[in-house]
Design a protein around this ligand. Structure first.
Ligand SMILES: Nc1ncnc2c1ncn2[C@@H]1O[C@H](COP(=O)(O)OP(=O)(O)OP(=O)(O)O)[C@@H](O)[C@H]1O
Ligand SMILES: [Mg+2]
Length: 404
C-alpha cells in the first residue's frame, strides 16, 4: 500500500487507495457518546463545542474534505505500532489532554516509497466524543494548511476506535519545556524574540488565510521548536473557521486553556481573531518574564501573570521588576520597551485595541538580533552583543505612550 508523490514531502502523499480505505474506515467508526463539560480537565483543556456548526460534525464532512489532503498519509495501526515498538514507554515524548505522544521513524521498511523521516505519533485517549472531534478538526485543518510556522501533519490513523495523528518530529519539543523546566538552560533574549516572531507568523498566516482560521489554543505547550529553535504551532483540535461575511464573531462554547483565553471570550463565548492576539500577548509575557501564565505557588497577587505584570508593562521604571532576571545584559532598554508595549497592547481588555497579528509580526521583526552567534540558549550567559530595536511599528497599532 502507498505510493510516493514528487513534492518535497514525497513520502507523505496519500494515494487514492489510501483515501478510499480511510473513508471506508470512517464510515464504520463507532463514536462513543460522553459529554464532557467545564474547564479544568487535565492540562486545563476545556470541553469541545458540540453545538459548533463548523466543527466537522460528522464523518461525511471529513470524507468530502479528505480528497483535499493530498499530502497526508493514511497509516495503518500496525504501521504505527511498528514504528513506536508497540507504543513502548521509552518512546514517549510527552502527554497532553488529547493523549500520549510517541517518537517514531518512518522509512521504506514501514511502507515502500516512504521517505525516511522522524515523526511524533499522538495517540488519542479513548475517552469520548470530544477527542474524536478534536482529531477530526485537526486532520481537517492541518491536512490542508501548510506554512513554515505550522507543524506538518504527516498522516493519521483511523482504525476501529483508534485515532492517531502523525506529525513531523520537532527536535527540541515544546516551548513550555524550554521556558519553565529548571533543568534546561534558559533561552536567550534573541531566541525568545525569534520564537515570538515565528509563532506570530504562524498565527498571522491563519488569520489571513483565504478562509481565516482562529487557532483558539495558543500557549507555550503548543509551540514546538525544531533543531534551530524555529517555532511551529501544533494542536489544531480547537481551531475554528473565523467569522464570515457580515459576522463580527463566531459564537462557541468557551474552550481553550486557563490563563491564556481572552477575557471577553470567556465571558461571552464570542470568538474573534483578537482572542488569539490576547493569547499571543500572554505567551509574549511568559517569554519576557520567564513566568507561567498561572502559578498557584506564587504569592496571591502574582498567581495570574497578566494581572500582576500588565500594569507594569507601560511603566518604564517598572519593567526591570518583571523581565526575566536570567536575561540580564542581553537586551537593550529600547528593545525591552518595544516588546513590553507590544505585550501590553495584545493584552488590552478591549479586543479592538489589540493589534492584528500582521502588526505584531511587523513590530517583532526589528527586534530580531542579526548575529547568529546569539541564537543558541547556551550563549545566554555570555552575550556577544545587545539587541536593539527600531521604533515601534506604527501599522494599525494605535499610538502608545509609555509612562516615564
Ligand atoms: N511533533 C512533535 N515533535 C516532538 N515532540 C512533540 C510533538 N508533538 C508533541 N510533542 C511533545 O509531546 C508533548 C505533549 O503534547 P500534547 O500536544 O499532546 O500536549 P500539551 O500541548 O502538553 O497539552 P494539550 O493537550 O493541552 O495541548 C509536548 O509538550 C511535546 O513535548
Ligand atoms: Mg499540545
Amino acid at each position: 500500500m502507498g505510493n510516493c508523490g514528487t513534492r518535497e514531502e514525497s513520502a507523505i502523499v496519500a494515494t487514492a487507495h489510501n483515501q478510499a480505505q480511510v473513508q471506508q474506515q470512517l464510515q464504520v467508526l463507532p463514536v462513543p457518546t460522553r459529554n464532557l463539560s467545564g474547564l479544568g480537565r487535565k492540562h486545563s483543556r476545556s470541553t469541545s463545542d458540540l453545538s459548533d456548526p463548523s466543527t466537522p460534525r460528522n464523518l461525511e464532512d471529513f470524507r468530502k474534505n479528505s480528497l483535499l489532503y493530498t499530502h497526508v498519509i493514511a497509516f495503518t495501526l500496525f504501521e504505527l505500532e511498528t514504528i513506536t515498538k508497540s507504543f513502548r514507554s521509552d518512546y514517549i515524548l510527552g502527554e497532553g489532554g488529547f493523549g500520549t505522544v510517541y517518537k517514531g521513524y518512518i522509512d521504506e521498511n514501514v511502507r515502500v516509497g516512504l521517505k525516511s523521516l522522524p515523526v511524533a505519533v499522538k495517540v488519542l485517549n479513548k475517552e469520548g466524543l470530544q477527542g474524536h472531534r478534536e482529531w477530526l478538526t485537526e486532520v481537517n485543518f492541518l491536512g490542508q494548511l501548510r506554512h513554515p510556522n505550522l507543524v506538518k501533519l504527516i498522516g493519521y490513523c483511523c482504525e476501529d476506535d483508534h485515532r492517531l495523528l502523525v506529525y513531523e518530529f520537532m527536535f527540541r519539543g515544546s516551548l513550555e519545556n524550554h521556558l519553565f523546566r529548571k533543568t534546561t538552560a534558559p533561552l536567550s533574549w534573541s531566541t525568545r524574540m525569534m520564537i515570538a516572531l515565528g509563532a506570530a507568523k504562524g498565527l498571522a498566516f491563519l488569520h489571513n488565510a483565504e478562509r481565516p482560521v482562529i487557532y483558539r489554543d495558543f500557549k507555550t505547550s503548543n509551540i514546538l521548536l525544531d533543531s534551530d529553535y524555529m517555532a511551529k504551532l501544533s494542536d489544531f483540535g480547537l481551531a475554528r473557521p473565523g467569522p464570515q461575511g457580515d459576522e463580527t464573531h463566531v459564537s462557541t462554547r468557551v474552550m481553550g486553556t486557563y490563563g491564556y483565553a481572552a477575557p471577553e471570550y470567556v465571558m461571552t463565548g464570542h470568538l474573534t481573531a483578537r482572542s488569539d492576539v490576547y493569547s499571543f500577548g500572554v505567551v509574549l509575557l511568559e517569554l519576557l518574564t520567564g513566568r507561567k501564565s498561572v502559578d498557584k505557588t506564587r504569592p496571591s497577587k502574582e498567581v495570574s501573570l497578566v494581572d500582576w505584570a500588565r500594569p507594569k508593562l507601560n511603566d518604564k521604571r517598572k519593567l526591570i521588576q518583571i523581565i526575566d532576571p536570567r536575561l540580564e545584559n542581553q537586551y537593550s532598554v529600547r528593545a525591552s520597551q518595544k516588546a513590553c508595549s507590544l505585550a501590553y497592547y495584545c493584552l488590552s481588555q478591549n479586543p479592538k485595541a489589540r493589534p492584528l497579528m500582521s502588526d505584531v509580526v511587523e513590530t517583532l521583526e526589528p527586534l530580531q538580533c542579526t548575529s547568529g552567534s546569539e541564537v543558541s540558549p547556551s550563549s545566554s550567559s555570555t552575550p556577544t552583543f545587545i539587541c536593539s530595536g527600531s521604533p515601534f511599528v506604527s501599522g494599525r497599532i494605535p499610538g502608545y505612550r509609555m509612562q516615564t
